[in-house]
Design a protein around this ligand. Sequence first.
Ligand code: ZN
Length: 654
Amino acid sequence: MQQTKLPFGHYKVPQVKEDSYITGLKLANSLKGSELIPFIPINGRQVNFYYCGPTVYSNSHLGHARTYLGIDVIRRTLRDYFHYDLLSVMNITDIDDKIITGANAAKQDFLEFTKIWEKDFFDAMEALNIELPDVITRVSDYVPEIVTFIQKIISNGYAYESNGSVYFDVQKYIADGHTYPKMRPEVNAELLQEGEGESQLNKQSEKKSPYDFALWKSSKPEEPKWQSPWGEGRPGWHIECSVMASAILGNPIDLHAGGIDLLFPHHDNSLAQAEACFNCEQWINYFIHLGHLNIADRKMSKSLKNFMTIEEVLKRYTPRQVRLNFAIHQYDAPQNYSEEQMEQAIAKDKSYQEFFQNTKIYLRESQVTDAQKWTENDFQLSALLRSTKQIIHQALINNFDFPTVVDATDKLINQVNIQIASKNVRAPLINSVINYVNFIFGLLGINYQTLLSNQIDIQPLMEQVCSIRDKVKVAAKNNDFESIINAVTQKQIQYEKNISNYLVDAINQFQQEVLIASQNKNKQQIFQICDKLRDQQLFDLGIKIEDKDQSSIWKQYDIQELKLEKLQQQILLQQKEQQRKKEELEKLEKAKLSPKEFFSQQTDKYLEFDESGLPIKDKDGNELSKKQKKVVQELWEKQNKLYTQYLEQQKQQQ
Ligand SMILES: [Zn+2]
């Protein structure tokens, strides 16, 4: 007699042992209906981690970006924040129906075909700064292991051969007291009831029950095939993950991840196969799922024309902006991708870059020999840094709650911005904040500091450039052309050989042009040359000058990123311009109406009008009240004004 099982009653939290490494981390475990479960690895600090990789038959798209960015952030956090010793395995599905169809259409050998798309996938991952797993397993390399694994399931009584294929025997598995599907209790309940009835081999089908799934498929002509005890064939899809995960990580495994779309049947079947092979109750201890991605509120699909490849997305946004966009959403919640969201990510990215730039300048201008005694500001900032660390720790142990992490980091950054503007906070403390913020961004796979430190040392040169340019501008304001000539001729610019020659060329050109303009006493032109140095020559070299009252500061950026930023701004401007034109047209359409026509068209509201077109009676024939009259009078005058303007415009155009 079958016992009725409680939903998720099969799940057992791993036991705490003497050498258990407990960090307080809790995970939303799909094996327990997304309940938060304390994370206890089997073996001390060691964490064995398997995640489902791509089926390689087409371009990598935004859905991949979301899944693998999410996993990348989780891996970095487990390793760098919690100090687990991770061994991670990802598979590549290079045997599959879609692959066979694609390879046949392209008239290519299927392995040649999959190599192309596998490279596309790894190129996209690299472009997004997603780390490689420790182990990559391709199905085509593991067919012998798959055959052995299936034989074991058959000998344990949980699979049967039928017509050259092998199927998993769901009813037998359940009848022996196993739970299937573990992560879908509603399906499990249905299956338990069915188990009471007969389960004879259906004459029309190869399967004993519609729930049985293929472990091995006999090959049709034109399909890749391997030898097996059941004839020539190929592995079913689900079996690969059970086999390859166990081949590297064994049984049981601490952590398994994948997109939510794979939860059923793929992950449930993977669990059943492995547990049937090892005759065990819990092959995976923690199963986590990355949330679904929609594009502008719709499912991403080629037919809806909203299918976005990673390559396309990276033409418009930097990898950091894409990473930030996904990081500010909870990994296991559904996410909707939209342009507005990317705008948010761009704004955040900009504010973070500015934070690192501004604090770098602050440190550049400070000396250890400066006064170091803490003031109220230092105490406050230090307290904020410490409480931020606590908030972030609580968020991270709470199922990697990165939205809260980003929020808390933003608040800390805002406070630092205020403090350094007032210039009343000690540099060593700012340095501590920078290190911490940099560490947290490192978990997100983002590093603003290497971005800054990779730059060539142009500090001595840029200080001279800013100083000369500042002097020129101040003197020009005072019509002091003699000082300008002194500024651009007397000071010889010293530079080292490794400094970009382009930068020196730009400065020499600037000096030449200013000299001529000041000899001609052309003040306007001098300001234009100063602007040109800032907006074109230096900008093109990745250097931005920010003009303050009488002096300026400079910041160095990645040249490609600055160009992309310019492009993003142009696109935004174009969109705004289109919107403005649309609104203008609508306004013009409205202005074409004389005030008389304006009300007479509103027959759903008014019945009678006076000679100027003002309504007298409402639609029911009642006279308008004093208040209503006042309102329509105001509307009439407004329309009259618009209409008069319109007539004048028309006259001018004639
Ligand atoms: Zn898988």
